[in-house]
Each structure stands twice: as structure tokens, then as C-alpha cells.
Design a protein around this ligand. Structure first.
Ligand code: SAM
Length: 238
């Protein structure tokens, strides 16, 4: 199997069962699996929802997936260009053991599809830690849209072939409404702030002293120490 698609197949049954156990019990209109590969998670997902969707980029895996899961919709496509709004339902679970290169762009993409209400993803351990914290643009932005839960760490031996890094399972639960409507303003502020993350807020935003005061932001604070409420207040005050 080529490494180009980040193909590390999950073989540890304990983790497979725990991932399935992490699916909320409140019922879904549909399930979309990203990168089903050889079906480590798909067997159980198919039992839950035979009409599930799966998006797999590697043509060598497609025939087998179609044979093994005849009722499922198997899409031979790149998950970064798949149209998630084509999957019917208002409450859709998106799940997968992700190829790590696409974790960040995929999460930024999925936030714009409101029907994707829950996500459970295996990602690189450091990525999950960043996503679950407010230490960078990714984490802050995700928290505006979701409750983000880091669930547990997964060691390389759980996969064949083992990846060179630790992994983790994370869950994102969409909030009924994003915490602010000023998303583009917030994104611009976050990009600017975290590209100068060692500096103090007053040095980063020299012209915005009054906005920092309105948002109750300590001018000597560094970006990593701000709360979600402060970032939102900042975006809404500019
Ligand atoms: N779910 C399987 C498992 O747990 O064993 C496979 C996980 S493997 C880490 C990642 C899977 O995603 C592979 O099957 C790979 O071919 C597929 N993949 C890689 N890049 C993709 C992309 N851009 N869109 C869809 N699938 C992709």
C-alpha cells in the first residue's frame, strides 16, 4: 500500500470498539466515513447505518468496499472536494481515521456544512491537543462552532504499518449556533495574532488599544492566554 494517502490501517480491536462506543446515542440521519480504507471502522458503521456514505480516494480500495458494503454509497473522491451537502439529513455524523495531512483543511471545510452535526476523528496526537485548546487559530475557530473533546491517545502499534507519531481520537459536537457571526473578522485577527504569538497583544495590535480595552483584554497578554470570550469580544468590537 502506498504511503501517499496516509494509509495506516487500524487493527487494534479495542480502539475500534471504543471509537464506535464514542458515537452519541441520539441517532443520526446518516453517517459519512472519511477514508474507509480496508473497512476497520466500516463493518460496525455499516451495521448501524447500511445506507451510510464513505469517501475514499484510493481506486485500489473502491471495488472491495462496494462488494463488502453493497447498500452503502461508496464515493471514489477526495474528501477535501466532496460535497457534504449532497448527503441528505440535518443531523449527520462524520467519522474516520484521517490521513493526517488532511485533518486541518478538512475540519475548516466541514464547519461550513451545518448538517454535519457530530464528528469523531482519529488524528495526530499533537493536532488533537491543539484543536482541543485555545493555543492557536485552529483551536479557537473550532471552539466557536463546536464543543471539542479530546478523547484518548492511541499508540503507533495500533496500526499497520505503524505511523511515526502518536495519534488520538477527538469528538466535535456542533453548537446550536456559532458563538459569533463575525467569523471572517475573527479569522483575520487570529491569523495576525498567532503569526506573532510571542508578542504581547498591545505590540501586535498597536492601533487597536481601545478595542483591546473594550474586549477586556490585558494589553500585556500573549495570544495563547486569551479566553474564547475575549477573542469573540475582540472580533465583535473591531
Ligand atoms: N479507516 C481505515 C482504518 O482505520 O484502517 C483507513 C485509515 S487510513 C489512516 C486513511 C484512509 O484515507 C486511507 O484509506 C486512504 O486511502 C484514505 N484517504 C487518504 N487521503 C484521502 C482523501 N483526500 N480523501 C479521501 N480518502 C483519503
Amino acid at each position: 500500500m502506498g504511503r501517499k494517502f496516509g494509509q495506516h490501517f487500524l487493527v487494534d480491536l479495542t480502539h475500534i470498539q471504543r471509537i464506535i462506543g464514542a458515537i452519541p446515542k441520539d441517532g443520526f440521519d446518516s453517517i459519512i466515513e472519511i477514508g474507509p480504507g480496508k473497512g476497520a471502522l466500516t463493518d460496525a458503521l455499516y451495521l448501524l447505518c447500511p445506507k451510510m456514505h464513505a469517501v475514499e480516494i484510493d481506486d485500489r480500495l473502491i471495488v472491495r468496499l462496494k462488494q463488502r458494503y453493497p447498500e452503502a454509497h461508496i464515493h471514489h473522491q477526495d474528501a477535501l472536494i466532496f460535497d457534504y451537502s449532497s448527503v441528505p439529513g440535518d443531523k449527520v455524523l462524520c467519522i474516520g481515521n484521517l490521513p493526517y495531512e488532511i485533518s486541518s483543511p478538512l475540519l475548516f471545510l466541514l464547519k461550513d456544512f451545518p448538517s454535519i452535526s457530530h464528528m469523531i476523528f482519529m488524528v495526530q496526537h499533537e493536532f488533537a491537543e491543539r484543536a482541543a485548546s485555545l493555543s492557536g487559530r485552529l483551536g479557537v475557530m473550532l471552539h466557536v462552532f463546536y464543543q471539542v473533546d479530546y478523547l484518548w491517545k492511541v499508540l503507533p502499534e495500533a496500526f499497520i504499518p505503524p505511523p511515526g507519531v502518536n495519534s488520538a481520537v477527538m469528538r466535535l459536537t456542533r453548537r446550536p449556533k456559532a458563538l459569533t457571526e463575525k467569523i471572517s473578522e475573527l479569522d483575520e485577527i487570529l491569523r495576525f495574532a498567532f503569526s506573532r504569538r510571542r508578542k504581547m497583544m498591545r505590540q501586535i495590535f498597536r492601533e487597536q488599544a481601545s478595542v483591546l480595552a473594550t474586549a477586556s483584554i490585558d494589553p500585556t497578554a500573549r495570544p495563547e492566554s486569551l479566553s474564547l470570550a475575549q477573542w469573540i469580544s475582540f472580533a465583535e468590537s473591531v
